[in-house]
Design a protein around this ligand. Structure first.
Ligand SMILES: Cc1cc2nc3c(=O)[nH]c(=O)nc-3n(C[C@H](O)[C@H](O)[C@H](O)COP(=O)(O)OP(=O)(O)OC[C@H]3O[C@@H](n4cnc5c(N)ncnc54)[C@H](O)[C@@H]3O)c2cc1C
Length: 374
């Protein structure tokens, strides 16, 4: 296994880091301050190499491999969490089910818009009355020419005005079925959730399907294959979350190191204290271990190998690491790190969302144990 990144990938990584710091971050302030996605930010995302990076060129994308893309996502994860989420979902989660299960007509209809960033997508899976994303209470009733969807999804990451495609999962006679719902449309209503702890920006949403008509041709995959679509999309996506954790953890370590070199107590920089150095060493080591697990899963995906356990392990470990690093970096900042004077306060809150995205720690452990017990 060779993890040497090509010159081209290293250049893209360096460019992404510079772009986040110099261009994106200054445009992102309204996300936190006004819970608003500024138009200038969206224009900048659509202008650069941000959308369609992994979508195959025949559908308007750049066709990057998982390793190429995720090593860049690591850099994008150093900035504002909402932008990381858009990058993660639009380049990973949202187009792959179409590639794997879509008809040629569906691919031609949706992929070019997703590749250019003109249309965005959302995954409406989680429900208030179900549990951890897999129990589906939403129903799809057969009517002439298609189905009527009824159900309540919540915690859904979506951007009204930009999101024009919803993946919806609902029970039919054949079992859970996946639908492609074009938005806006009658019977699909959005109600904002309460403000989140982190990943602040436009709210996440309750998505209410009320007699929402979906034509038969918008079924994704076979009827009854919905859980396969829903769960299948999560494996690489978990690897992507692992890279997100690594990127944010590295950013917090960098901030902690910079602070430790600047802050003096009892006449000496705190970076010279062995207790502080031990924490820095611990953080660096854990981040590197998480990075290696993430690269291994991405590399295996590119080789066409099974990554179910690798992706769950990478996500599980990286999420634990980013949580521990957030804690250590906060302590190293002293009391001022607990204020909004430093970006660490925001990163600390943002880090908590990784626990839930693409399944909790307990669910990753279930997946890993199932593989190990086979
Ligand atoms: C920032 C953010 C963005 C999100 N975006 C989306 C989105 O775009 N689309 C979407 O569909 N969802 C989204 N979600 C929802 C997210 O996927 C779920 O919150 C997550 O999968 C957990 O499901 P749940 O909330 O139903 O928790 P529950 O299933 O109610 O779990 C509660 C607790 O019980 C544990 N638990 C549950 N079942 C088991 C079990 N069998 N064994 C052991 N422990 C168990 C869980 O690990 C957890 O600790 C988002 C959530 C967040 C925080």
């Amino acid at each position: 296994m060779d993890f040497t990144l090509s010159e081209k990938t290293l250049e893209r990584k360096a460019r992404a880091r510079q772009w986040v710091e110099e261009v994106l971050d200054p445009l992102c302030a309204p996300l936190e301050e006004e819970e608003r996605l500024p138009k200038e930010l969206v224009a900048e995302l659509r202008r650069g190499e941000f959308f369609g990076l992994t979508i195959p060129p025949e559908y308007g994308g750049h066709g990057w491999t998982a390793v190429e893309w995720l090593s860049v996502l690591e850099e994008l994860s150093r900035g504002y969490a909402t932008v990381r989420m858009i990058a993660h979902t639009m380049n990973g989660l949202f187009w792959r089910p179409l590639e794997a299960f879509g008809t040629e007509e569906q691919k031609r209809k949706y992929l070019p818009g997703l590749a250019s960033g003109e249309s965005w997508a959302a995954n409406s899976l989680t429900e208030p009355e179900g549990g951890t994303g897999k129990d589906i209470n939403a129903r799809a009733t057969k009517v002439e020419g298609g189905y009527l969807l009824n159900g309540h999804k919540w915690l859904i990451t979506t951007f009204p005005g930009y999101t024009t495609l919803y993946y919806a999962f609902a029970s039919t006679e054949e079992g859970v079925t996946a639908f492609l719902v074009d938005a806006p449309t009658e019977g699909l209503d959005l109600v904002p959730m309460e403000k989140m702890m982190g990943c602040v920006g436009p709210r996440h949403y309750n998505v209410l399907y009320r007699d929402c008509f979906v034509p038969e041709k918008n079924i994704l995959g076979e009827k009854g294959q919905g859980l396969e679509v829903a769960i299948g999309m999560l494996h690489l996506s978990r690897t992507s979350i692992a890279f997100g954790c690594v990127g944010l953890a590295q950013k917090m370590l960098d901030l902690a190191v910079a602070y430790a070199k600047k802050r003096s107590t009892f006449g000496k920089k705190i970076a010279t204290r062995q207790a502080v150095q031990a924490n820095i060493a611990q953080m660096g080591t854990e981040i590197e271990a998480a990075r290696l697990l993430a690269y291994k899963a991405a590399w295996k995906f590119d080789q066409g190998l099974d990554i179910v356990a690798d992706a769950a392990m990478a996500k599980l470990f990286a999420e634990q690491v980013v949580t521990r690093v957030a804690e250590m970096a906060l302590r190293m900042h002293g009391g001022v790190g607990y204020t909004q004077a430093y970006p660490l306060e925001r990163h600390f809150r943002d880090a908590r969302s990784f626990h839930f995205e693409e399944g909790t720690e307990e669910i990753q452990k279930l997946l890993i144990a199932r593989q190990l017990l086979r």
